[in-house]
Design a protein around this ligand. Structure first.
Ligand SMILES: NC(=O)c1ccc[n+]([C@@H]2O[C@H](COP(=O)([O-])OP(=O)(O)OC[C@H]3O[C@@H](n4cnc5c(N)ncnc54)[C@H](OP(=O)(O)O)[C@@H]3O)[C@@H](O)[C@H]2O)c1
Length: 287
């Protein structure tokens, strides 16, 4: 199968390119090569490639920046998704778009399944949800995959080349002590695992919305503690509350996703968050 990866040099895009290249012909597309907000330009690029599958990781997802630049956030997350949906219908490729746990407001208190009502709280979340809706309504061969707290070996480009793991390692090296919240709970997930499970999913025609995160749930504090212990970081780490930090943007404080639809297909291959984290750290950061 010929597979185009949009955002190929991003955090998730890098792992998608590597994993899909083991089984398929991959055409990596960076932002310099495709602009998803430009329908005609995207049509030319994707028509020329004639891919069977397009994996889109492109997003405006610096969350505070989305709040101050809502038009640009809607342009990329909303209109960009609409453009790809129209092109999927016109050119006949399967489309994968990645979305977010932030479509939920966090009040459920139990893991969210795909059929739970959404209540996005911020410009980022609202525009990502708009993107989901455009895709659901403008094409048929789509997989919308909601992920959460992602981290990979190439840190997130939209977040100044960081992710939570990088932030913790840098904080431990530069600060006398580190404080991390205990009352924000989710399931952080490595991009490599998402890429592997996406590969299994797209070989089916079971189109629809999927949650794709690691198993279990964890607070950012507990997640940080595992990083500190695994990498033997000696800087003191203390628990804190979300109330200790100024709230720049509204976000869900409980956004654990249940991979219910993957499980129904027998395709939930995601590992437990702790196993995934420890093996990621050993692979990329251990001395
Ligand atoms: N980070 C998280 O914790 C998290 C959580 C939930 C969901 N997600 C979702 O996961 C996906 C992937 O995130 P990531 O961390 O891999 O992001 P990333 O590292 O910022 O990569 C995004 C890629 O898309 C490109 N891009 C941005 N705008 C574009 C546009 N208008 N047209 C074409 N390409 C464009 C970027 O290029 P340039 O950098 O050169 O612009 C970059 O290569 C996103 O959809 C995000 O919403 C992330």
């Amino acid at each position: 199968m010929k597979v185009a990866v949009i955002g190929a040099n991003g955090q998730l895009g890098t792992d998608l390119c590597e994993v899909f290249a083991e089984r398929h012909e991959v055409v990596p597309l960076t932002h310099a090569e495709i602009e998803i907000t430009d329908l005609e330009g995207s049509r030319q690029v994707l028509k020329e490639i004639s891919a069977h599958l397009v994996l889109c990781t492109a997003a405006a997802h610096n969350v505070p920046k989305c709040e101050s630049e809502p038009e640009q956030a809607f342009r990329v997350n909303g209109i960009g998704s609409l453009n790809l949906a129209k092109l999927s219908a016109e050119l006949g490729f399967k489309l994968v778009q990645y979305s977010t746990d932030y479509v939920f407001d966090g009040t459920k208190g139990k893991p969210y399944v795909e059929t739970d009502a959404v209540a996005p709280q911020s410009v980022y979340a609202i525009t990502k949800y708009a993107g989901e809706q455009f895709i659901r309504n403008y094409c048929e061969q789509y997989f919308i995959i909601r992920v959460s707290g992602i981290y990979g070996k190439v840190p997130c480009r939209a977040k100044n080349h960081t992710n939570f793991v990088v932030n913790m390692i840098q904080a431990a090296a530069s600060k006398p002590e580190v404080r991390v919240v205990t009352d924000e709970v989710l399931t952080p997930t490595p991009t490599l695992e998402i890429a592997r499970n996406t590969l299994a999913l797209v070989e089916t025609d079971a189109y629809g919305i999927y949650h794709m995160t690691c198993q279990g749930e964890v607070s950012w504090y507990e997640f940080a503690r595992t990083i500190f212990e695994t990498l033997n970081l000696k800087t003191p780490l203390y628990p804190a509350s979300v109330k200790d930090f100024p709230a720049v943007v509204k976000r869900p404080f409980y956004s654990v996703l249940d991979n219910a639809n993957l499980r129904k297909l027998g395709l939930d291959f995601m590992p437990h968050w702790k196993d995934a984290l420890v093996s990621f750290l050993k692979r990329h950061y251990a001395a």
